[in-house]
Ligand binder design. Structure first.
Ligand SMILES: [Mg+2]
Length: 229
């Protein structure tokens, strides 16, 4: 990793807790519909709705809320009590108001890398929500640039690198998703570090192992420091 100039961090479940909050909301949502379908089936229905709408809505809490509402109407065959819809919207709003819980070593790692590299955030999700989370996190001052991306495919990273005026071989991405944070970056010639989080959204899961000269796997964020300092 000798030639790295720009280090980009994924945000959700890399800098701070995210997926557990979605899972918690989903559990409450499934309980809300337990008179209609078992938990597991509601969960499957919700995931199906999310996948159907992903290209229309993109990622983030507001998309999740619209998908929960659509799932309520489908599961209840359009007979849902308005109280169910009211609670569904409330669960989404609670997600938007969750406190920011930084993951281990995040501040120390940013502090150690500050001034030595250009540090960037590269995240998916709702623009306003991600901006609010970054502001609440107290981490904004560490970063040269914040990129809130509609998706994390090869073309999205190419756009980011062009904007940063950075060659792929000088770019390192760190994140918890092999599918979004690692594979597309390796594909365009960049470097990537995978830091697994204990829970991963089904959509982000891949079922094969990865081997690549520019790929590094660590168990915790702080493990990257000896490679970079
Ligand atoms: Mg993530």
């Amino acid at each position: 990793m000798k030639n790295i100039k720009v280090i980009a961090f994924d945000a959700d479940d890399t800098l701070w807790v995210n997926e557990p909050y979605f899972l918690e909301a989903e559990q409450k949502f499934c309980a809300l519909l337990e008179d209609y379908l078992p938990h597991h089936s509601v969960s499957q229905e919700l995931f199906k709705t999310e996948m159907q709408n992903l290209s229309l809505y993109g990622y983030g809490v507001k998309s999740f809320m619209l998908c929960m509402i659509e799932t309520v109407l489908r599961v209840t065959n359009n007979t849902a009590n308005p109280e169910i819809l009211h609670k569904t919207i409330q669960y989404g709003q609670e997600l938007l108001n969750k406190p920011i819980e930084l993951l281990d070593d995040v501040k120390e790692v940013l502090e150690a890398l500050k001034g030595k590299y250009r540090l960037v955030v590269a995240t998916k999700g709702d623009l306003l929500d991600q901006e609010r989370k970054l502001s609440k996190s107290g981490l904004a001052t560490y970063f040269h640039h914040i990129e809130i991306m509609s998706d994390k495919k090869e073309k999205d990273y190419e756009k980011l690198l062009k904007h940063l005026d950075c060659k792929p071989e000088h770019f390192l991405m760190l994140g918890n998703s092999l599918k979004s944070d690692v594979m597309p970056v390796l594909e365009i010639g960049g470097h990537a570090v995978h830091i697994p989080y204990h829970t991963t959204w089904a959509h982000e899961q891949i079922d094969h192992t990865l081997e690549h000269d520019n790929f590094y796997q660590v168990k915790a964020l702080a493990e990257i420091l000896p490679q970079l300092l």
